[in-house]
Every structure is written in structure tokens, then in C-alpha cells.
Unconditional design. Structure first.
Length: 298
């Protein structure tokens, strides 16, 4: 028979709070963990305090340099990871027993993919999988990877060059990076990575696949002139004269054609970067996700 204490502990140890603890261990701070699970920091702190009070011991050690888990907290997180894995497997089983590929699927996509490829995929999916409701959540590549690893999206699309453990992938295409500059820029017509490192670029935010590729090829470079989490905003900033940028060809081809920005040629073309579909190796590729991937990957 379930006691009142059991019910209260079950409420305090919701899947969201367990995810909060896991993110806290991974990210090293309550604020960052709260953002990852879409909670406000005060709400996250209250949830942790209520859980600690109910358990009778401290889970989180808070210092001026950040927050870390106590040994008790680390033990709870270790078990929490297993519990959430069971939750995801239960959810996958329930969906498979529902049996319907026509029920719906939520897919995560990086901003480059989401802004420039997803609109072309929608009619393809409607034709190949009639009746399937597909929703796309667009964020940067790091966030897409996190969603896939947490089981929130069974399929994601990114262009970041490095993949963490626990992620399987399939290349579905490629694109290339292009240098753009303000229309009246005095930059030469050709640039390589070495002179590019000395320029104050307009850049994407950390976590972006485009930023990760730039970091890989130009680790030590001048401070950015500005930073945005939108390709469109960067193109507008370059057009306004803020500075040059390195972006996906998908994101800049219209602006170049319309004369809003100037294209700078590479002295030596960088290798094309792969566009990848990703899924969790732990959860596998569901039947519905596999059919979506087949529809857009051909």
C-alpha cells in the first residue's frame, strides 16, 4: 500500500527533477541545468531544496564557483540515469504497441538544416508518409544532440563535425562554408584560414555546428565583432557592415545572389562538411524515424 511519504517522494522525484540532477552533474551549475530542462533557476532551486528536505541529506554542494553533487547526490544521479532509460524504453514500447506510423513524430534540427532544408522536406514527407504528423524543433546542433540523447527527439539533423558517444549517425548530404563580407568591403577577393584568423568575424554562438566547424579550422582567432544564434541575423549584420562571416552556403546563397553581401573566394576550398541524421544508440532508430529518414535522405 502506497504511503503518504511514498507519494510525496514520487512527486518530488519527477522525471523532470531527475533530468535536472543529471544536467547539473553534466553542466556544473543549477542555472545551466535549469535551462536545459526548461525550468527557471528559482523553480529548480526550490525543487532541489524540497527533495533534499524530504530525503534528509544534501544533494548539491553550492559554492561561488558553481554547484557540484555530493557523494549522495552522485549516487542518486547514477540511479536516475537508469530510471530515465527505463522511462524512455517504456515510452518506446507504448508507442510501438500503438503500432501506428501515422501517429506523429517530433524531430529536432539544427538552425541551418531547419531554416533551409526542412521547408523542402515537408512536401516530401507528406507524399511519402501520408497521415504522419511531423513536427520540427529547431535549435543549434549541441541542443539537437542533447534532445536526442535525452530521448526527447527520436531523430535529429545536424552539421557539427564531432559527435559524442551514444549518438549514431547517417550522412544525408553535405554543404560547404562560404566567406561573406559587406558589399563595400576592402577585403581581397581571396582569403585563406590564416588571414581569416586575424579578422573580427560575425559568428554563430557556441553549440552551433557552423561555429564548431570554424573552431576546428581556426582555433586561435581574433575576438568576434558580434555573435548571433541566427544565420539570418548574421547575414543582416554583414550586409550592414558589422564585419565578415563564415556561414553555410545554404544560408548565404540568396543574399549573395541579391547583392546584399559579397562572396570572398577561398584560396583553398575547405573540405565539404557532412549533414547528418542522428539518433540515440541506446534507444535505436524507431520504425517511424527510419521511415522519415528514408523519405528525406534520398
Amino acid at each position: 500500500m502506497t504511503s503518504e511519504v511514498d507519494e510525496q517522494l514520487e512527486r518530488l522525484m519527477s522525471a523532470r527533477v531527475l533530468r535536472l540532477l543529471i544536467e547539473l552533474e553534466d553542466r556544473g551549475g543549477v542555472g545551466a541545468a535549469a535551462r536545459a530542462v526548461k525550468m527557471t533557476q528559482p523553480s529548480a532551486s526550490r525543487s532541489l531544496a524540497a527533495l533534499e528536505k524530504q530525503l534528509g541529506f544534501t544533494l548539491v554542494r553550492r559554492t561561488r564557483l558553481g554547484s557540484t553533487l555530493t557523494s549522495e547526490g552522485a549516487a542518486i544521479v547514477g540511479q536516475a540515469r537508469e530510471v530515465l532509460t527505463e522511462y524512455r524504453q517504456l515510452d518506446a514500447l507504448a508507442r510501438s504497441l500503438g503500432g501506428s506510423v501515422n501517429s506523429g513524430i517530433r524531430i529536432a534540427a539544427s538552425r541551418t538544416v531547419g531554416e533551409h532544408l526542412v521547408p523542402k522536406w515537408i512536401p516530401q514527407l507528406s507524399g511519402a508518409l501520408p497521415g504522419l504528423s511531423v513536427s520540427f524543433h529547431v535549435d543549434n546542433s549541441r541542443a539537437v544532440i542533447d534532445e536526442v540523447l535525452r530521448g526527447e527527439a527520436p531523430l535529429g539533423f545536424i552539421e557539427t563535425p564531432q559527435l559524442p558517444a551514444g549518438v549514431a549517425s547517417r550522412v544525408i548530404g553535405s554543404d560547404r562554408l562560404v566567406i561573406i563580407a559587406p558589399p563595400k568591403s576592402e577585403l581581397p577577393q581571396n582569403l585563406g584560414w590564416r588571414p581569416l584568423r586575424r579578422l573580427h568575424l560575425v559568428e554563430r554562438e557556441p553549440g552551433s555546428g557552423t561555429r564548431a566547424t570554424l573552431d576546428e579550422h581556426a582555433k586561435r582567432r581574433a575576438a568576434p565583432a558580434a555573435q548571433f544564434d541566427s544565420n539570418t541575423a548574421i547575414v543582416q549584420a554583414v550586409a550592414a557592415g558589422v564585419g565578415p562571416a563564415v556561414l553555410s552556403e545554404l544560408a548565404v546563397q540568396d543574399a549573395i545572389r541579391e547583392g546584399k553581401v559579397r562572396k570572398i573566394d577561398w584560396e583553398e576550398d575547405p573540405p565539404p562538411r557532412s549533414l547528418r541524421a542522428i539518433w540515440s544508440t541506446e534507444l535505436g532508430l524507431s520504425e517511424t524515424a527510419a521511415r522519415v529518414l528514408d523519405a528525406v535522405g534520398n
